[in-house]
Design a protein around this ligand. Structure first.
Ligand code: FAD
Length: 287
């Protein structure tokens, strides 16, 4: 089923994210994770794509497993390190596996990339146009409530986002954020630029203090004082950090839904127990 149809129902949706294994030999373990998260009946499950496309075959294998569990799959696809032939071959593989939803991404520019050699696809908007030409896919794209880390001005980032949507994107998923006011402000700003596709809010339950400091340094995500206090207080107590991280994510989601943001994507990252706790905390709200 196409994700745009699920979002167009106008009901609250909760989706989850997984990453594929680096080694094909580890596919059975990740398939087990797929089954456990699928049993929670999320509205869809997304499967990331390794930077540079190294685990691309595993993305398809895991996305196909998601669909065998009766849950629509959203396969991520990055383009900056790919040739046109590789992208077309990947689209053919997705079609063969009946995967009709793609999150179209540029991907991070590799550190060792030769600046003199222009990649075949410089921006996600070019990939979106390629996918549109090649089949009847439902296409999502990434957006950044705090601005993409490479873009100097937030207003430019939103102008480029509008180009991306106009290239044929059906919905957007946000990068994680920990202050809902940042999202509300962003939604207002994109609406005023004429961006009207559904926006799925990406929520990261932080259960490990080291992980969050690294991710925030790379992505430029702001840590509000209330969240920083949790990390400072519980950094040395993994079980307490996990409990507090789940509670924070749950509160964030309840506030979003209370304010009319109905589409929630949880960066569950192959942790079914965390997905299960959050779903349980929301059971009456998302019923
Ligand atoms: P783009 O939309 O192409 O934007 C990249 C930069 O270029 C931005 O600064 C933008 O402002 C600028 N720009 C865009 N168009 C133009 C233009 N016409 N002229 C000048 N500048 C322009 N990475 C992975 O490797 N695998 C994944 O599975 C993955 N999943 C993700 C899922 C989500 C929800 C998000 C938010 C990110 C994900 N990423 C993933 C990370 C993503 O690949 C990086 O953030 C990457 O640096 C940007 O990708 P993009 O598709 O947003 O790029």
């Amino acid at each position: 089923m196409k994700i745009k149809e699920i979002l167009n129902r106008g009901k609250i949706t909760v989706s989850c994210e997984l990453f594929p294994p680096k080694q094909s030999g580890d596919i059975p373990q990740v398939q087990e994770v797929v089954h456990e998260i699928a049993a929670l009946r999320p509205d869809f499950m997304s499967v990331t794509y390794g930077a540079g496309g190294g685990t691309s075959q595993n993305t398809v294998a895991i996305a196909a497993e998601v669909q065998r569990c009766g849950v629509p799959a959203l396969a991520h696809l990055t383009c900056v390190s790919s040739t046109q032939e590789q992208i077309v071959a990947m689209l053919d593989r997705l079609k063969e596996n009946r995967i009709e939803n793609i999150l179209a991404l540029r991907g991070d520019i590799p550190k060792d990339a030769d600046a003199a050699v222009l990649p075949r696809y410089r921006y996600a908007s070019e990939l979106i146009r390629e996918i549109r030409r090649r089949g009847d896919f439902c296409i999502g794209a990434a957006c950044y409530p705090e601005g993409h880390v490479e873009c100097g001005r937030k207003s430019d980032d939103i102008d480029y986002l509008k180009q991306k949507v106009d290239s044929g994107c059906d919905f957007l998923t946000t990068q994680m954020f920990f202050d809902n006011n940042i999202l509300y402000n962003f939604l207002y700003r994109i609406l005023s630029k004429g961006i009207r596709v559904p926006v799925v809010a990406g929520i990261m339950p932080v259960t490990n203090s080291k992980q969050i400091k690294r991710i925030c340094a790379l992505s430029g995500t702001t840590l509000p004082p209330r969240f920083r206090a949790i990390v400072d207080r519980f950094a040395d107590n993994p079980q307490a950090m996990k409990q507090a991280g789940i509670a924070y994510a749950t509160e964030q989601i309840i506030d979003l839904i209370s304010n009319g943001v109905n589409f929630i994507h949880i960066y569950t990252m192959n942790k079914p127990d965390i997905a299960a706790k959050i779903m349980d905390n929301l059971s009456e709200i998302i019923r």
